[in-house]
Design a binder for this molecule. Sequence first.
Ligand code: HEM
Length: 483
Amino acid sequence: MSSLCFWCSAAVATAVALSILVFFQFFLKNKSPSSRISHAGTPPGSRGLPFIGETLQFMAAVNCSSGVYDFVRIRCLRYGGCFKTRIFGETHVFVSNTEWAKLILNDGGGRFTKKYIKSIVELVGHQSLLCAPHLHHKFLRSRLINLFSSCFLASFVPQFDRQIVETFQRWESGFTVFVLTEALKITCKAMCKMLISLEEENEVEMIQKDVGYVCEAMLAFPWRFPGTRFDAGLKARRRIIKKLKNIIQKRRELESQYEDFLQRLLMEEDNGEPLSDMEIGDNILTMLIAGQDTTASAITWMVKFLDENQDVLQNLKEEQFKILEEQREDNRSFLTLEDVANMSYATKVVKESLRLASIVPWLPRLILHDTDIQDYKIKKGWNVNIDVRSLHSDPSIYKDPIKFIPSRFDEETKAFSFLAFGMGGRQCLGMNLAKAMMLVFLHRLLTSFRWKVMDCDSSIEKWALFTKLKSGCPILITPLQSS
Ligand code: HEM
């Protein structure tokens, strides 16, 4: 009873506090034109309440089934393609224009640098490529980019294909399979092998869980109390880093040889300035985070879009069965990089899925000097976010933008209008790897099963940094041999 009273009082107190906040905000909005109408030359938009700005509205969007992007979408409709807001005590400008995207993404680090909120930096690590300042980023990227060579991809594709074939062999007729769950398992397993040669099932599962906790904590309030999302994310980060440190130490002691990214980074020690253990650890964790959820989400959306567009699916099947036939004629069991390069229609399906899903909805940068972006003055210390989702659904760039039309990529698109992987010096390092994983998954799904999506709900997973389908996309499968 007393606990009930406590919760009732707490609820009343919260309601009163919220009413005061809402009233306060309403009062400010209507009294002070400066909060609503743009300052001379700065972009339009509301900077919200003192100190907290529009953080409450942002967090409400994080916790809503239309996804965090709704916060941006609503303001974009209200103010247009360039607006400002205040979140977590900082001013953010969102821009959705190819010219501005070009200006920002082509900048060599003089006016703009990459910037994530502090909580994300703590989770991925200060030595991570994602957070490193310009010069350090250049050094780290020069080391990491070598790992993603076409030689590596050529050996990765058949390996990944084998892994998918083995997984699909366990899927039985009449099974309902959650594409997101399976894609997460598959991508995590592939990444663990590729990065650190980790194959033991329980250990891979633990890494997958921990990477999930880190991802979930990225948009959480940075509260460190036990039981909070952020605390769980930090603990998961510590477990992964501890594991990586142990593996690095063992490799150094035993001088064992592995063919994975970690080994290649350790061997770099012989050629110039080596990466420190912390740099190696933070960046292996970064690749796990950057590669796993994104690719699995992209696969899930692609399956959903194909189910909703049976004509596209039919065209795609024709291409994929031709490739299967060629494989059989050549007596090959697994796909090669060359097969993947020949999947021209599927490549457009992948691109169109990435456009429509916009897995990474905006690209964050920090402004290093006062800057004019066309008619607006953007101040040093502000954040500018390239609104990728808005660009991807701009009808002046993409005709019928809400429709799934892979053939729209028959023609070259306008520069800086397709930004699923970013562009310029910070472009996704795993872009070709991600595309290859999506294509191989697609090939095997189409040539092994008949399938039907069982839940058409398009709600977005709450608290997800990357646009993730909440339903997980359950599909009912029938193996083709038995149909
Ligand atoms: C469909 C899957 C993926 C999507 C949509 C995606 C998208 C992106 C985007 C938008 C960026 C940021 C670009 C910017 O801020 O300008 C990025 C960066 C990055 N991605 Fe990916 N990514 C995917 C898969 C992967 C994979 C598989 C890996 C590696 C294993 C990876 C590794 C990275 C890294 C290391 C960066 C940081 C690059 C830098 O700052 O220099 N990504 N990705």
